[in-house]
Design a protein around this ligand. Structure first.
Ligand code: 5RP
Length: 295
């Protein structure tokens, strides 16, 4: 029944409390739609504006990469310790229990292998399947300066357009071919192009010189890949330097799942990314956790 008695003066209109117009916690995100923001808030912790993503999508072009031979054994137990999972739909459907409840950034490009030209990719997932899987985000490579640069940009543009229709953010991954230069100038170019074509977040590699300028020149959040396996101390120091210079998190694979203590690495990365730990402090935490201690 209509509540006619409620139409009266004296309600709390909060005249003394202006509406919050700060709009959004993430760089470049203030003008996104509600669904897009909600998904980005699953990928990045709103308290810190950062994320620890676990990447295990390598098999889509590398096959059974070391550490990913049996993802049900090596990766599924790590899921609770990461903020986000980044993987293919094949890995998701076959080894990750839906009850895990972690947001997923879905690898949505494929079409090559380590035996052929890496930049020759296509969009490998229809938007309907990303929606069906409940993806928090989609990801594909831009190969700037590579043979199939144009095609790879076109792939990411298609995902961005489809994702924008459904409120799903797209992460452009700055792919590097086997013999491409990896310096600040290159990643500055690649990350900026990715953001300008509309990617809501960008994945880059860390570079020793000039990483802060890559971040400053990119109007959306950047997360870093780990690259080849390093000694844990070095990987954590790299993560610390990236965060210190403005990265919004990490999307690491081999430096986590190829470690003898993957859970310890995820905990140490969390300390750096969300807890303000230095590389050294995080390494001490890593050492103290022992081998794959789940607690
Ligand atoms: C490959 C990717 C990987 O997800 C990325 O390289 C992260 O893994 P790693 O930390 O092992 O480099 O995007 O194209």
């Amino acid at each position: 029944m209509a509540d006619l008695d409620d139409i009266k003066d004296g309600k709390d209109w909060g005249e003394d409390r202006p509406v919050d117009t700060s709009r959004f916690f993430l760089k470049g995100g203030a003008n996104h739609d509600w669904g897009m923001k909600a998904r980005l808030a699953k990928i990045f912790r709103p308290e810190t504006g950062r994320t620890v993503m676990l990447a295990f999508d390598h098999g889509y072009f590398q096959g059974p990469t070391t550490g990913l031979e049996r993802m049900d054994l090596s990766i599924a137990p790590l899921a609770p310790h990461a903020d986000v999972l980044m993987c293919t739909r094949g890995a998701l459907r076959t080894v990750i229990p839906p009850e895990t409840g972690k947001p997923v950034v879905l690898r949505c490009s494929a079409g090559n292998s380590i035996l052929t030209e890496l930049s020759n990719e296509l969009v490998s997932v229809e938007i309907e399947d990303a929606v069906r899987l409940g993806a928090a985000g989609m990801a594909a490579q831009v190969y700037i300066g590579a043979e199939y640069e144009h095609k790879s940009i076109s792939n990411v543009v298609k995902l961005i357009d489809a994702g924008t229709r459904y409120g799903i953010p797209t992460m452009a991954v700055t792919g590097v071919g086997a013999d491409m230069v990896r310096d600040a100038r290159y990643f500055g170019l690649a990350t900026r192009i990715a953001a300008e074509i509309g990617a809501q977040l960008v994945k880059s590699y860390f570079v020793d010189e000039g990483f802060e300028k890559i971040v400053l020149g990119c109007p959306v959040p950047i997360v870093i890949a780990g690259g080849k396996k390093l000694p844990e101390r070095d990987a954590l120091e790299m993560a610390y330097r990236a965060i210190d210079q403005g990265a919004a998190g990490v999307d690491m694979g081999r430096n986590v799942f190829q470690s003898e203590n993957s859970i310890g690495m995820l905990k140490a990365l969390e300390a750096v990314v969300h807890g303000g730990a230095t590389g050294q402090e995080a390494y001490e935490l890593f050492r103290d956790t022992g081998q794959n201690v789940a607690a």
